[in-house]
Write a protein that binds this ligand. Structure first.
Ligand code: TYM
Length: 341
């Protein structure tokens, strides 16, 4: 039984999550998932979660959320997370997240939620289409803070786009502790050295994102076939000029390719720039590097997806373990605010 053995953790408590709002992308992989595997292999004390409650903050199709939740969990295992060493689970299987989220809403102010950049961006996009916004999109960072704080998390490995949410989580932890007594550990975000913000290959000034129903040509999905990956990278938008230089402000398209290549080959984007005489050869090597990085993940995903019983048992066991870890701290928070006996 997976649940019966001790995890033997040696490192800091680590928590991170991914939303099942679309197919996972190269950005998710390089910015987050790949580093989760490194934490796991260093015998960190880690929990990784498919945060399905967060997927309800935007319009969603129930069947699609269920399918994507399962696919994301399977991909985490395919990427190399080992359930013998870390805890892999689905957020909605553990009630403590929603329970603590309410206390976080009672700790946060309306103004600080409205200042979140992602909220402002999403509201603007929807307003332009004449659509309304779910209240949960505004309160989302309270749920994210609950995800992190329920586990006494010390480190949160995320891409750059989540830095502001983790910063808010820190503020909420400090405020709660000051008001009600020491209850939460104050966590910190960690980001990868390169590729902390992988950009869309067609629009290199926007983040490569998974949201939306349609598959985009500027987005490489982790499960794209090798030929599809090659085509997308070869058609990436580059910038004026023809020599290869690493200038993220002036030449975001080329800088993005150099970042991706560096992340895939453990190189340095500035040094790599000096090694290329043309955009064509840079694109070709980047395409090859991405294909090689994703190949084993795609292959293991195919094998795991065929073994539904195994994935189910990992998630059941993960939820059980997560619940046991979160419950005492969430109970303590309820007691601290004057609830529970
Ligand atoms: P999400 O689902 O958008 O992304 C999951 C992780 O992937 C990173 N990421 C990227 N990194 C580099 N370049 C990109 N283009 C890129 N796109 C995504 C994200 O930074 C993230 O680390 N709010 C979170 C999910 C969440 C969470 C949490 C994370 C909920 N609760 C608690 C950490 C801890 C989100 O929407 O991630």
């Amino acid at each position: 039984m997976l649940g019966s053995r001790a995890l033997g953790a040696a490192g800091p408590r680590v928590f991170s999550g991914v939303q099942p709002t679309g197919h996972l992308t190269l950005g998710n992989y390089l910015g987050a998932m790949r580093r989760w595997v490194e934490v796991d292999q260093r015998r960190g004390d880690a929990l990784f979660c498919v945060v399905d409650l967060h997927a309800l903050t935007v319009e969603h199709d129930p069947g699609r959320v269920r399918r994507l939740t399962r696919q994301a969990a399977t991909l985490l295992l395919a990427a190399g997370l080992e359930p013998e060493r870390c805890t892999v689970f689905v957020q909605s299987h553990v009630d403590e997240h929603a329970r603590l989220s309410y206390l976080m809403e009672c700790t946060a102010s309306d103004g600080e939620m409205r200042r979140m950049v992602q909220y402002k961006e999403k509201v603007a996009q929807r307003a332009a289409r004449g659509e309304s916004v779910r209240l949960s999109l505004l309160t989302y960072p309270a749920l994210m803070a609950a995800d992190i704080l329920a586990y006494g998390t010390q480190e949160v490995p995320v891409g750059a786009d989540q830095a502001q949410h983790v910063e808010l989580t820190r503020d909420l932890a400090v405020r709660f502790n000051q008001r009600y007594g020491e209850t939460f550990v104050v966590p910190r975000a960690t980001h990868p050295k390169v590729a902390e913000r992988v950009m869309d290959l067609q629009e290199p000034t926007s983040k490569m994102g998974k949201s939306g129903q349609e598959r985009k040509t500027g987005v490489v999905y982790v499960l794209d076939e090798a030929e599809v990956v090659r085509k997308k990278v070869m058609r990436a938008v580059t910038d004026g000029g023809s020599d290869v230089a690493y200038e993220p402000e002036e030449r975001p398209g080329v800088a993005n390719l150099l970042n991706v290549l560096a992340a895939c080959t453990e190189g340095d984007p500035r040094e790599l720039a000096g090694a290329y005489g043309s955009y064509g050869s840079l694109k070709k090597d980047t395409a090859d590097a991405v294909v090689e990085v994703l190949r084993p993940v795609r292959e293991r995903h195919a094998a795991l997806a065929a073994d539904a019983g195994y994935v189910d048992s990992v998630l059941r066991d993960g939820a059980e373990r997560a619940r046991a870890m979160a419950r005492p701290r969430v109970d303590a928070a309820y007691r601290a605010v004057g609830l529970l006996a």
